[in-house]
Design a protein around this ligand. Structure first.
Ligand code: CUA
Length: 334
């Protein structure tokens, strides 16, 4: 091959590589990282992208050169010259991609292993998923429960995931990882927050009618503020007892039901502001109707809604006191 053609191939290749580099750099493809794990994932992403841009440049350069240089004239109907491969070239284009793919595999495996390690002294949070709400428990600080995930800055946190009914999946985009929560199986995910602020935990496994509403707030606090928050939760500031409004929040009722006193606007299940009318239609006393609907939701279903949507597990997951509190809260103002 003449020196001039190699020069032109390189020129086309560089132009193509420059173009896709701009596409990669100018568009914000990933959310801004808020965890050490996502920093590592972002690194792997750029490592693989740089290699892909290099390969794209070589291929595009050769294609553009060939299209321009070897184009047949309109009146040229002769056959091309018979060519029988090129062993040297084949060895090169096998060895180089093998080395590159191996490099990407090694880099990914190292990051995967680092991201799975929580270190010697992780902070533990138990994450429970159920249709259609998340709840959190803090076993390292006495086991208080919340419906908001609050994490300390720059400390490795091991989140132990479990699910009460069907498969859900834990995802905070700025933390960069996903992990399924599966009934009967213990899974976990390690997060080391690097940025304070508010984020959103999103369920990313289609888990039923309320899937799209299954979100929970996430806050990352500096360690001192986190300690203060923990203290406040321990002294009972976080609720979680048998008060009806606390149970309404912690059981996630609001993600499926509209209820004005709770300020919720879920549309998956019946509007709880109409309980009195629904009880009348069902022909049952209000309190009995509400209690039955919590522990045995399919016993009577309001017209326009379906059986089997509301979990039938609340009779077991809530304490009798919590259920009584909930009934009082739901019927009280009427
Ligand atoms: Cu839980 Cu989707």
């Amino acid at each position: 091959m003449r020196r001039g053609s190699i020069f032109r191939i390189s020129l086309y290749g560089l132009a193509a590589a420059g173009g896709v580099t701009l596409v990669a750099v100018l568009i914000k493809w990933l959310p801004t990282s808020a965890s050490r794990q996502m920093d590592r994932i972002t690194w792997v992403y750029w490592f693989a992208t740089a290699i892909c841009i290099g390969i794209f440049g070589v291929v595009a350069g050769v294609i553009v050169y060939s299209v321009l240089h070897f184009r047949a004239q309109p009146d040229d109907e002769s056959d091309g010259p018979p060519i029988h491969g090129h062993t040297g070239l084949e060895v090169v284009w096998t060895l180089i991609p093998t080395a590159l793919v191996t490099a990407i595999a090694v880099a990914s495996a190292v990051v995967l292993s680092q991201n799975g390690r929580a270190g010697d002294n992780p902070y533990h949070v138990k994450v429970t998923a159920q249709q259609f709400a998340w709840s959190f428990q803090y076993p390292d600080d006495g086991g208080f429960r919340t419906t908001e995930l609050v994490l300390p800055l720059r400390r490795a946190v091991r989140l132990d995931l479990s699910a009460n009914d069907v498969i859900h999946s834990f995802w905070v985009p700025q933390f960069g990882q996903k992990q399924d929560a599966v009934p009967g199986i213990k899974t976990h995910i390690v997060v080391t927050p690097t940025r304070t602020g508010s984020f959103t935990l999103i369920c990313t496994e289609l888990c039923g009618l309320g899937h799209a509403t299954m979100r929970a707030p996430v806050r990352v606090l500096p360690q001192q503020q986190f300690a203060a928050w923990v203290k406040q939760q321990k002294s009972g500031g976080g609720g979680g007892g048998s008060s009806g409004s606390a149970t309404f929040a912690s059981a996630g009722c609001g993600s499926c039901h509209t209820f004005e006193p709770a300020g919720s606007s879920g549309k998956v299940g019946p509007d709880l502001d109409n309980l009195a009318a629904d009880a009348k239609t069902a022909g049952k006393p209000l309190a009995d109707y509400v209690k039955e609907s919590i522990v045995d939701p399919d016993a009577y279903v309001v017209s326009g809604f379906q059986k089997g949507v509301m979990p039938s597990t609340y009779g077991q997951t809530l304490t009798p006191a919590q259920i009584e509190g909930l009934v009082t809260y739901l019927t009280g103002s009427k």
